[in-house]
Design a protein around this ligand. Structure first.
Ligand code: NAD
Ligand code: ZN
Ligand code: ZN
Length: 346
């Protein structure tokens, strides 16, 4: 089968021909209908060889949707032909954290060598993919797989982040979304659907700001050195009660802190490699900074249910597997609007 693999550290991913996998006991084979292109893959492909936590080659794709093609021994609860999306942050499945559905925070996965598809295990950018356990599958029924597949990360990660900030996002509050790409354009919509907050979006290009306004941001402003002052002005000097940084470089982190209100939640979601300094009287009193990771299994079911209710408009551009390297080039250049989605089976 055809697959998109990251094969050589520092090189672009390549379309290759590899044997199709067969499901072992407990595993499910999916015929992939859609695979999302996440900016984290670009971060992954810039890790130097000595720090790469798993061997290459790696089939990319940690956002996957497919139809069940075959069941390994002992699998029940799904049937051949079912349409599903894949929950990606696989945990051990046995500890109390996993039992609560929060496998994204399983304390044992790394030690046991359990890695998400596309981030250490073979991913979704292939004609077929293996899923290790039926609990990782969320049925999507008749949802379009192209618009459903980004829910598994570009939807789930901001949903998890927004849920953490819900107590702060009361009527009259302001939430800021920095970076309105794949994750950010869904973060805006999740904030609108789940909170009464005023939503301010920041990005570096007018195209992205237009998308932000189109999906519900009340204000969309350029992300530059004046952005924090603009947010303060928009909020009568108070600042924002929640700031979600989907870029994560030093400059956006500093900007996030500079626009935060007293007792605000600042969440650094982006893998830009930046950091913020926190110290008494150097940041607003009571402000917290967290770096959330992905989301829980129940949260993916929530996001899927929200999508089914029609409140999410997932913007996508589609590519064949042969053109997948081009999708990464365009994402790297900031040219993708919403989420790029690969169609490995045409
Ligand atoms: P994306 O490329 O689709 O979106 C990033 C957006 O940020 C683009 O619209 C870009 O124009 C904008 N941007 C770039 N520099 C900016 C700046 N200085 N100020 C404001 N906006 C700026 O990427 P994505 O796939 O949505 O991912 C967003 C980030 O989240 C990436 O760093 C990714 O690695 C990370 N991520 C983290 C998690 C997690 O669990 N923490 C999960 C998924 C993705
Ligand atoms: Zn991702
Ligand atoms: Zn666990």
């Amino acid at each position: 089968m055809k697959a998109l693999q990251y094969r050589t550290v520092g090189s672009a991913p390549e379309v290759v021909d590899i044997p199709a996998p067969e499901p072992g006991p407990g595993q499910i084979l999916l015929r992939v209908t859609a695979a999302g292109v996440c900016h984290s893959d670009i971060a992954l492909m810039s890790i130097p060889a000595e720090r790469l936590p798993f061997p290459l080659p790696l089939t990319l794709g940690h956002e996957g949707a497919g139809t069940v093609a075959a069941l390994g021994d002992g699998v029940s609860g799904v049937a051949v032909g079912d349409a599903v999306v894949v929950y990606g942050p696989w945990g051990c499945g046995a500890c109390p954290v996993c039992a609560s559905g929060r496998e994204n925070y399983c304390p044992h996965a790394a030690r046991l060598g359990i890695r998400p598809p596309g981030l250490g295990s073979p991913g979704a950018m292939a004609e077929y993919m293996l899923v290790d356990d039926v609990r990782h599958l969320v049925p999507i029924g008749d949802l379009d797989p192209v618009s459903a597949v980004p829910l598994t990360d570009a939807g789930l990660t901001p949903y998890h982040a927004v849920r953490r900030a819900l107590p702060k996002l009361v009527p009259g509050s302001t939430a800021v979304v920095i970076g309105t790409g794949g994750l950010g354009h869904l973060a805006i919509q999740l904030l609108r659907a789940l909170t009464p907050a005023r939503v301010v979006a920041l990005d570096v290009s007018e195209d992205k700001l237009e998308l932000a306004r189109g999906v519900g941001a009340h204000e969309a402003i350029l992300s530059d050195a004046d952005a924090a002052a603009s947010v303060r002005e928009l909020t009568g000097g108070l600042g924002a009660q929640a700031v979600f940084d989907f870029v994560g470089v030093d400059a956006t982190g500093a900007s996030a802190v500079a626009m935060a209100a007293l007792d605000a939640d600042v969440q650094l979601v982006g893998l830009g490699g930046g950091a913020v300094r926190v110290g008494f009287a150097q940041v607003p009193y009571g402000m917290s900074v967290t770096a959330p990771y992905w989301g829980s299994r129940t949260e993916l079911a929530d996001v899927t249910a929200l999508a089914r209710s029609g409140v999410l408009s997932v913007h996508t551009e589609t590519y064949s597997l042969d053109d997948a390297p081009l999708a990464y080039e365009r994402l790297h250049a900031g040219k993708v609007s919403g989420r790029a989605v690969i169609l490995p089976n045409g």
